[in-house]
Design a protein around this ligand. Sequence first.
Ligand code: BG6
Length: 462
Amino acid sequence: MNYEFPQNFWWGSAISGPQTEGRIAGDGKGDSIWDHWYREQPDLFFDQVGPSETSEVYTRYKEDIALMKATGHNSMRTSIQWSRLIPDGIGPVNQQAVDFYNNYIDELIANDIEPFMNLFHFDMPFALQEKGGWESKEVVEAYVTYAKTCFELFGDRVKKWFTHNEPIVPVEGGYLYQFHYPAVVDMKRAVQVAYHESLASAKAIKVYHEMNLDGEIGIILNLTPSYPRDANDPEDVKAAQLADAFFNRSFLDPAIKGTFPEDLVDLLKHLDYLPDYTDEELAIIKENTIDLLGINYYQPRRIQKKESTERLSDKPMPDDYFDNYIWPDRKMNPYRGWEIYEKGIYDCLINVRDNYGNIACYISENGMGVEDEQRFKNADGVIEDDYRIDFIKGHLQYVHQALQEGVNVKGYHMWTCMDNWSWMNAYKNRYGFVSVDLEDNKKRTIKKSGHWFKEVTTNNGF
Ligand code: BG6
């Protein structure tokens, strides 16, 4: 074996509540922004498939946990849907949701799969979006109450909690680039949303630590290492640093250091875009940092100084400070149009070691999306996804190297276990170890990569 991993390394995959649970009549779930948006504008969604049509984990969780076991998971991450547990975001708890999450968690534990639980995966309850969503301090308080409710209900068995998955994405999608509701373009509002997500995270961490439960709490960030076109051109370097400030350090710094990056704060001050904040809130962020970092890594950002005069909005946008650059040597995923750069995962980990106190971390998502993946099905109905095996191996080699170099990395979770519904892209890009056949009652079949992963996790390496 060339790549052996430490004992107790966390092997598994990640999913989320809104992308897998589905919705059945009478389950008591309230609307999230996705339920609402789909009802209003179904044409925005690939093949017009909406959030009720997800892979039905709500009713099929036992079958899916058996598949996690069969593909070698010792841990997995999902999220609680806020709008399932507390249908209006604040107020009464839905007992059917409590029963469902209890059963789900217990079944995972009974199968020796440790549940990692995230509290927010892009799914603001619609009733709270009507009150301003993350722009509102009242919603921050509602989130803290929701988080506390989750810790009280499930904190005896769930030992790894996360306050958000990819908090930059609702900022980008909802307030800059229009791929999440409310799909507006307004950087000032985007900054307020980002700030409140960090504040909500710190407040939830405070509550968790005060409850003295036996476990850890962290955040999951999608990191996109930003490489300048020319490392010797100070303007390219500066542009890459600003992209890093906007998209990485904006959440890494408050989560781990309890402060916001100075270059970003200076820029926002100059634009008169600082959020509405108080010194008391800043002190809460300073004092309540994470125990554990989840890193989602898919692809890097390649940056050059601003050359184009094209503007996305007549008001300032992050894109006014840099241009994306197409690296001539880049390797592309031919099935989803994203760059594949395995070393990026190593650079993310080394950055955490060198600049963030080598805090405990794990790879919480990494994966390869493939359009129209049914074309790779063999005569036995198994998808032969050798490209995914190569993708995972290529990244794990770099995780292994980071481990050798002292990074405190504790696991690797692939995105995802079962193919799942992905927001506006619905089922367009498939990522799973297990295929879901939309033409045949969402029948699940383990792909070649799922069988391979079982061997890797059994041998603790490859
Ligand atoms: C991840 C998100 O960044 O990307 C997931 O956490 C999402 O929620 C995944 O499903 C894949 O995205 P896409 O657009 O390729 O389907």
